[in-house]
Structure formats: structure tokens, C-alpha cells
Design a protein around this ligand. Structure first.
Ligand SMILES: [Zn+2]
Ligand SMILES: [Zn+2]
Length: 155
């Protein structure tokens, strides 16, 4: 399979189809709530946390709990339709973008921005690490101040 197959160019419908396929494969029942959580996750550009998704979802599923949203997102991470953003601390932040990419995180407001950079994709693993571990993923994480927070800091 093409590794860029889950790219951001896919339409919402295609992504939902992919979602359903993976759920089916893992024996996860496809409920309207689960579809709604997934749709909310993929339409947010913010690498949302469970609470951010919960605040949106409860508008149309008033009985849903934060615990349910949280465990659903963790299940998505487990079956490979979302990722937990590393180094995002607490609460966990989720990423629907499965294509390899890197992150910038603002240390002040917590904003996480995706970016692509070929040189980072091609980064070499130190020999000592390579000997000891099997590397399956390479994500470069940059942290600092976003444009908004930087302007505020200057004042
Ligand atoms: Zn910021
Ligand atoms: Zn991301």
C-alpha cells in the first residue's frame, strides 16, 4: 500500500469509509457516537484532547460522558486510526493524521501545528540506538512560541 494513502487530500467520506473498515476489522461496533467522535477528530486542525471533542459532541449527544469520549479516542489510537501526540503532556492530544509528519508545539498556549520536512523524514538513527532498538517511527518535535504568543511576549 502506498504510504501516503491516508493523506490529508482524502475527503471526509473517504476517511469515514476507512474508519468503518478498520472498526469492522477490529470488531468494534460502529455507533453514531463513535462516527461523530471520529468526524470531530478529523475536522479539527487542533490535535484535540478528549475534553475538546467532548465539548462539541455533547451538543448532539447530550448523554455522552467525557470518560466515553476519552476511552473511544484511546481505542482509536490502539487500532490505528488516530495517534496520541507524543510530548503533549496532560491531557493527551490526539492526531487523526496518519501520514508521517512533524509537529511544532507552542509551550504557552499548547497549539500543535503539523508540518512536513523531507530532511527530517530522512534523519539518520544513531548507530547505538539502531543496534539496540527497532525504530518504527521518526517524529521531530519542535517547541517554542507560536506567532500569537510571540507577539504578546514582546509587548
Ligand atoms: Zn501560542
Ligand atoms: Zn499532527
Amino acid at each position: 500500500m502506498n504510504k501516503r494513502d491516508y493523506g490529508e487530500h482524502k475527503s471526509l467520506q473517504e476517511k469515514v469509509r476507512f474508519f468503518k473498515k478498520v472498526c469492522y476489522k477490529h470488531g468494534l461496533k460502529i455507533t453514531p457516537q463513535r462516527v461523530a467522535i471520529y468526524k470531530e477528530l478529523i475536522s479539527s486542525q487542533k490535535h484535540p484532547s478528549a475534553i475538546m471533542i467532548f465539548r462539541k459532541i455533547r451538543n448532539y449527544f447530550p448523554n455522552i460522558s467525557l470518560g466515553t469520549v476519552n476511552s473511544t479516542l484511546l481505542t482509536y489510537a490502539k487500532i490505528g486510526i488516530a495517534k496520541v501526540v507524543e510530548s503533549s503532556g496532560d491531557p493527551k492530544r490526539f492526531d487523526p493524521q496518519l501520514e508521517p509528519h512533524h509537529h511544532f508545539r507552542c509551550m504557552k498556549c499548547g497549539k500543535i501545528v503539523d508540518f512536513h520536512h523531507d530532511a527530517y523524514d530522512a534523519i539518520t538513527i544513531p548507530a547505538a540506538i539502531n543496534k539496540k532498538f527497532v525504530i518504527l517511527e521518526k517524529i521531530v518535535h519542535l517547541a517554542g512560541l507560536c506567532d500569537k504568543c510571540r507577539t504578546k511576549a514582546k509587548r
